[in-house]
Design a protein around this ligand. Sequence first.
Ligand SMILES: [Zn+2]
Ligand SMILES: [Zn+2]
Length: 173
Amino acid sequence: MSTADVRKDWDTYFMDIAYMVSTRSRCSRRHVGAVLVQGKKLLGTAYNGAPMGVPDCSEAGCMISEEYELVVTDGQEEMVKKQRCIRTIHAEQNLLLFTDRIDREGSSVYVTDEPCWTCSNMLANSGITEIVFHRPYPKDTGKVTNMMKQKGITFRRLEHYQPPRETMMTVSD
Ligand SMILES: [Zn+2]
Ligand SMILES: [Zn+2]
């Protein structure tokens, strides 16, 4: 087996776990799972959700925030309205809350969705040196990719990855 084959297997393994974790999320807009990996060892799992003991999106509805952002497409500047659910703590942020700095030094994060700007900023300062994601998040990808490059963090998308079928169902529990 070549090195590339081995690498692909571990990528699938850890991304599958991230997808399994994401099924715990109760935000109807987005189910995100993230796992922390040091070497080949799983050190933490997290999904997006309201703080413990506080009503979540399935009980209280999503808390939608709208903001305008300047977007440049082919040299044309345009103000675009963007919506986000701000009720939840994002999976990546929960992962940082529930893991230790010393465990994160030189580690990788596998996350089902490309991190937003705020999560990327926090991950960049967390000791993590690699971020692997599956679904793109075009809202923030330009500035996020640029920042990862500046910071020297490996930032890669698993383009040909297929999530486990059972993680694609709607979560009611
Ligand atoms: Zn929500
Ligand atoms: Zn985020």
